[in-house]
Design a binder for this molecule. Structure first.
Ligand SMILES: [Zn+2]
Length: 609
């Protein structure tokens, strides 16, 4: 590599027509030169790397050209043009105000202003990052800017127009440089790649352009880096590897998981991403950007806003078709909250995971609790145990002694609780092994999902069989009432209790969906003498829940092998009604009140910072 020139310099445009992505602006400049209507000062504003300095140089060269072409461009052959191209022209003076911003620097510049050009007509002074000039330097400069000699043209460039004093603004012709569009950058990168003899994939160049965020100089330097890393074979895979960019594949998959409410899979994927060194915030923001892209892809009218390679566009369109708009709106909101809270969060990783849980619950069948209004109640994570629970309950009816009942007990749509129809297919192998002739075999969940399941022993085959023998045919309409007398008095813990509690709620029939919904938000508490206390908000709830008590008591006695269980509905006192203020508080509340969540935290080895 004896004489390596970075592409940004090697392929810097030399004429207005080759400037990328600033067509309107270069045309205006060209016309001004052609008609001789030149101002004494120009202000070029815009983000970094979009061609401000490049245009300033082309402008300086063009106005000094001795034989300008008919199309308004410089000839590139006259003495002045050659001097410019060989960087030995005295007619262009560049000052970087970011590093030379003292009054002394400006004084030197002003001295040069007085000397007329030797060749050509104009001396062009380019002051880059002009907003960085010190106050004193600004004042000294202002005088020259007010009354410059006729042979002088100033081109001031800035990325921060709002920092320019009004006295300067009013003396300049202002040109606003736009952020470059991805397709423009891609097109330019393609032409460079072809000139350099590189092979490339469109998607790969698309990723580079996106990463450059509208700046051509950045795009070119990333391009150089990637070209050297890939040895001139610029593939999508290599680019995301080299730039350590998250593959959009990850976001597509994550969205699939979240749409299905498959939270364990989502958590695993997030874990995988973070294990690869990606910051949680970066990941959640990327996910939000993906949701935004899906939103944009939902409508033909907004589709042009999707800045991706043509080949990926179709994928966005197809996933967008599966996602409800409401889901996207809410998911974006949740991601934004995560972003806002990220820096102040004590446990960033957990924040990210809570965000995923929340988004994952948006698609749950009765997601109103977490989506609408100020209620911030997270539904129990283990509602997906529902299929297991019904799997156990239903064959009970099927194998009941009376033959006419057995035939009647094959799944009746009316009798099947809603939860079983919509809950996630995460039945465990245990459940699949249970005798359940009418239950379709379901895909086993990810291993972690099994680990976090509480009280697996209660789902043993033996347990299911026992239940099958003892449950009455009435199970078809009321879930699992237990006729058999329970005599044991086994101890049990709250975790197991709430597991069966939710299970019961999950298999309640459709008519009792309201009660089931309420049950899911109640955390029963074990008190003395096997009294299970059921906290409710007010006395209105008691007559509403009371009818459940006999069946539920019998069910819990049976499942927990404890004949002395009684249920007691208790109205929560005012001071007990806590309000959740922050996500951190929500978390500690969750951890305290929901043992399942605690298990999950342990199983996935989440830690509190
Ligand atoms: Zn020329």
């Amino acid at each position: 590599m004896d004489h390596y020139i970075v592409s940004a310099r090697k392929y810097r445009p030399a004429t207005f027509d080759t400037v990328v992505g600033q067509k309107a602006l270069t045309t205006t400049l060209k016309n001004a030169i052609a008609t001789g209507k030149l101002a004494h000062a120009y202000l070029f504003c815009g983000p970094r790397g979009v061609g401000k300095t490049t245009c300033a140089r082309i402008f300086a060269k063009t106005i000094n050209c001795l034989q300008p072409r008919d199309n308004g461009e410089a000839c590139g052959a006259c003495e002045s043009c050659r001097a410019f191209e060989e960087k030995r022209s005295y007619n262009i003076i560049e000052l970087d105000a970011a590093s030379n911003n003292s009054i002394e620097d400006i004084r030197q510049l002003i001295e040069q202003v007085m000397i007329p050009p030797q060749v050509g007509r104009y001396k062009v002074f380019i002051i880059d990052e002009v907003h960085m000039l010190s106050q004193a330097a600004f004042n000294a400069f202002l005088k020259t800017l007010e009354e410059p000699p006729a042979h002088v043209i100033f081109i001031l460039a800035t990325t921060e127009k709002h920092k320019i004093l009004p006295t300067i603004l009013s003396r300049c012709q202002i040109y606003d440089f736009a952020r470059m569009e991805v397709p423009d950058i891609v097109a330019h990168l393609k032409s460079v790649a072809e000139k350099e003899g590189y092979t490339y994939e469109d998607e790969a160049l698309g990723i580079i352009a996106q990463k450059a965020d509208g700046g051509m100089r950045d795009a070119m330097s990333i391009f150089d880096q990637v070209a050297s890393y890939t040895q001139g074979h610029i593939t999508y895979k290599k680019v995301i590897e080299d730039l350590n960019i998250l593959d959009y594949e990850v976001y597509f998959t994550m969205t699939d998981h979240l749409l299905k409410g498959n939270i364990p899979a989502a958590m695993l994927l997030a874990n995988d991403v973070m294990a690869r060194g990606f910051q949680g915030q970066h990941f959640v923001n990327g996910l939000a950007a993906h949701f935004r892209d899906l939103l944009v892809a939902k409508d033909e009218a907004t589709l042009p806003l999707l800045e991706v390679a043509q080949s990926v566009r179709e994928r966005y369109r197809s996933q967008a078709a599966q996602v409800p708009v409401r889901f996207l709106y809410r998911a974006l909101k949740i991601c934004r909250q995560c972003d806002q809270n990220y820096n102040t969060s004590g446990n960033k990783r957990l924040l990210v995971e809570l965000t995923l849980i929340e988004v994952g619950q948006l698609s749950a069948p009765d997601s109103d609790a977490c989506g609408l209004g100020p209620t911030k109640i997270l539904k129990p994570l283990f509602t997906h145990n529902a299929p297991a629970a019904t799997a156990a309950a239903r064959p009970a009816a099927a194998s009941a002694p009376a033959p006419q009942v057995a035939s009647a007990a094959t799944p009746q749509p009316a009798a099947v609780p809603k939860a079983t129809l919509t809950a996630q297919p995460t039945a465990t192998p245990q459940a699949a092994a249970a005798p359940m002739p009418s239950q379709p075999r379901q895909a086993p969940a990810a291993p972690q999902a099994q680990q976090v399941r509480p009280a697996l022993r209660t789902l043993s085959i033996r347990g299911a069989r026992q239940q099958a023998q003892t449950t009455t045919p009435a199970a078809a309409s009321t879930p699992a009432p237990v006729a058999e007398e329970v005599t044991e008095v086994r101890p049990f813990d709250e975790q197991t209790l709430s597991y069966h509690w939710y299970r019961y709620a999950a298999v309640l029939p459709q008519e009792q969906a309201a009660q089931a919904g309420r049950m899911k938000n109640i955390q029963p508490v074990i008190t003395d003498n096997w009294v299970v206390e059921v906290p409710v908000e007010n006395e209105m709830v008691i007559p509403f829940m009371q009818p459940l008590v006999p069946g539920l008591t019998a069910y819990l006695r049976k499942q927990l092998h404890n004949a002395q269980i009684t249920l007691s509905l208790r109205i929560i006192k005012k001071e007990e009604q806590r309000q959740v203020y922050s996500r951190k508080e929500a978390y500690s509340l969750l951890i305290k009140e929901n043992k399942n969540f605690q298990t999950l935290v342990k199983a996935l080895k989440l830690e509190m910072a």
